[in-house]
Design a protein around this ligand. Structure first.
Ligand code: MAN
Length: 573
């Protein structure tokens, strides 16, 4: 017949094990260790000497290392201790039964109070779990509708995507057609451009030839001299022969520096140039009677032989190299106001270009500077003003640019307005298509994620919770982003939802956060436990920039755990 452990005279016996061997020992007077072996006298049970290797002869003393001591703790929870804790001066059992020798017997029985407190804790825990389970049930009830909504949204996106794809196809076809028309138009424009260039270049050539012919004629008339009018050495401005003082310079001497020209004189040593007509000594005031009187003193052929300026050539786009706008060309004597781009076409194929922003100019003056300046070796700067380049490239120095008018210009890029508009429409349609496509990928990923029993997690999808811990604030959005703020105002990304842990239940991983200085990209994992609502409980940084949070959430509540708590409570009562 089985005898209850409490009825046996052996301290520390666990009533939940088979105690019949101890009851038998009383009757037989011998005890056989639970692990077997030769019987020993029953009096050796709890005699504070270890006889059995399994410690079964000493359940109530600390003699055997392997022995365990059972305390009943009536009114609270029973417990089993390693034998080493018996009579060690520490009250382990609330009923004080583990300390029974000498001074160590002073352990009061606190099981009643301890039990009452623990029961209170259990009741609270049970209530919280029960509420959590109820909240979870609600979530489960909502989840169905949320899934249906997400499925419908994904379907809608699929339809939008196919519409957007169709529109892209249509726009692509329309663009191709428009570009075909544009190509034809462009070819036509190119022909016109080429013709215009032919005409322009022919005109330039004609002018050059005419000038050469006139030069030759002048050479003959002027016995091999080119007449260049100079009214003042400082500014070197050419004027017409009827109104300016003239100085004859032989053609071959045009290339020599003025001093040489004047000091060496003509080849003919017999006719030296008088000091008074040397360029550097020339003085207009010496001719108070005017040009006629002055001309009377100079040889009759002293007319300007070089017409330094050809024309102002207008260009478009505020660039001197822009497309030619021949209709707006201007004569050499016309004042070109600020706002027109183009170039002064001067003799000898020289040009001087201007962007739109420049002071008023007269090509006659500009070319005189250019041609006469060159001829007399002048270093006179044409443009004292810093012209601003209005073009895109601020480094481009158009002020000193020289365009050879004989060079054929390439037609500027030309696109039709119709094709431009359709290209824009296609761009918009393509960007709409990619945005819908991105949305659909996200929606489909959301639908294939594991949301647990009855899709319960779906009901908390996107829900966020915040918490402050130490000097940081944390925010976690379920299936979304996790962030941290150190109080400076800006949030650091700790990662976005990546996956559930493969080994630990209810652990969610967030990865791909902001890079840590001298460390990895920030990441975070959260362990969820049952609670009535979503709230963050703890936050820790176990490794640099790896964060561990604990949170409560109804979604992880479970009936079995709740029932177990209830059972523990009723077992105690
Ligand atoms: C910030 C926070 C900390 C982290 C350091 C690393 O201050 O994200 O959690 O340890 O950066 O430099």
């Amino acid at each position: 017949m089985a005898v209850a452990a409490a009825e046996l005279p052996f301290r520390g016996l666990n009533p939940n094990i088979d105690t019949s061997v101890y009851a038998a020992a009383i009757e037989a007077g011998t005890f056989t260790c639970l692990s077997g072996g030769a019987p020993i006298p029953a009096s050796r049970i709890n005699d504070d000497y270890c006889d059995c290797a399994d410690g079964s002869d000493e359940p109530g003393t600390s003699a055997c290392n392997l022995a365990t001591f059972y305390c009943e703790n009536k009114g609270y929870n029973s417990m089993t201790l390693f034998a080493s804790r018996i009579n060690d001066g520490v009250c382990d059992c609330c009923d004080g039964s583990d300390e029974f020798v000498g001074e160590t017997t002073a352990c009061p029985n606190t099981c009643k109070e301890d039990g009452a407190e623990y029961r209170k804790h259990l009741r609270e825990r049970y209530e919280a779990l029960k509420k959590g389970v109820e909240a979870k049930k609600k979530l489960q009830a909502e989840a169905g509708a949320i899934r249906a909504q997400k499925v419908a949204k994904a379907e809608e996106l699929r339809e939008s995507l196919s519409g957007a794809a169709k529109l892209v196809e249509e726009k692509t076809a329309a663009k191709e057609a428009a570009e075909e028309r544009e190509k034809v138009e462009r070819e036509q424009k190119l022909l016109e451009w080429e013709e215009q260039e032919d005409t322009r270049i022919a005109a330039v050539e004609e002018e050059i030839m005419a000038r050469e012919a006139s030069d030759e004629e002048d050479d003959e008339d002027g016995e091999g001299t080119v007449k260049v009018a100079v009214d003042d050495v400082g500014s070197s401005t050419v004027t017409s022969d009827s109104e300016a003082a003239a100085k004859v310079v032989s053609a071959e001497e045009m290339n020599k520096p003025p001093s040489q020209v004047m000091e060496e004189g003509d080849d003919d040593e017999e006719e030296p140039i008088p000091e008074s007509v040397k360029l550097e000594n020339f003085d207009m005031n010496a001719y108070p009677d005017g040009v006629d009187a002055m001309n009377a003193e100079t040889p009759p052929e002293a007319t300007p032989a070089v017409e330094p300026c050809v024309m102002w050539r207008q260009t478009g786009g505020c660039k001197s190299t822009g497309p030619r706008e021949a209709d707006s060309d201007k004569d050499c004597s016309a004042t070109i106001p600020d706002g027109s781009s183009g170039y002064c076409e001067c003799a000898e194929g020289k040009t001087k270009g201007y962007p739109c922003k420049h002071p008023s100019i007269v090509c006659e003056d500009v070319c005189t500077e250019l041609i006469i300046g060159d001829a007399i070796g002048s270093n006179v700067e044409l443009n004292d003003v810093d012209y601003e380049d209005e073009g895109d490239d601020a480094d481009e120095d158009e002020d000193v640019e020289t365009v050879d008018p004989l060079i054929r210009q390439t037609m500027p890029e030309w696109n039709s307005e119709e094709a431009n508009a359709i290209r824009e429409e296609l761009k918009t349609a393509e960007s709409e298509k990619s945005s819908v496509s991105r949305e659909l990928i996200t929606a489909e990923k959301e639908l294939t994620t594991d949301y647990g029993e009855d899709d319960v997690w779906l009901a908390v999808f996107g829900k966020c919770a915040k918490m402050e811990r130490n000097k940081y604030a944390y925010e976690v959005c379920l299936f979304g982003e996790a962030k941290q703020n150190d109080g400076t105002g800006s949030w650091l990304r700790l990662g976005s939802f990546d996956k559930w842990d493969e080994n630990k239940a209810h652990r969610m991983h967030f990865t791909g956060g902001q890079k840590c200085w001298n460390g990895p990209d920030r990441s975070m994992y959260v362990d969820f436990q049952c609670g009535e609502k979503f709230e963050l409980l703890t936050a820790d940084e176990p490794e640099k920039c790896v964060y561990h949070l604990e949170a409560k959430l109804p979604a992880v509540c479970d009936d079995l755990r709740t029932e177990a708590v209830l059972k523990e409570l009723s077992d105690m009562s």
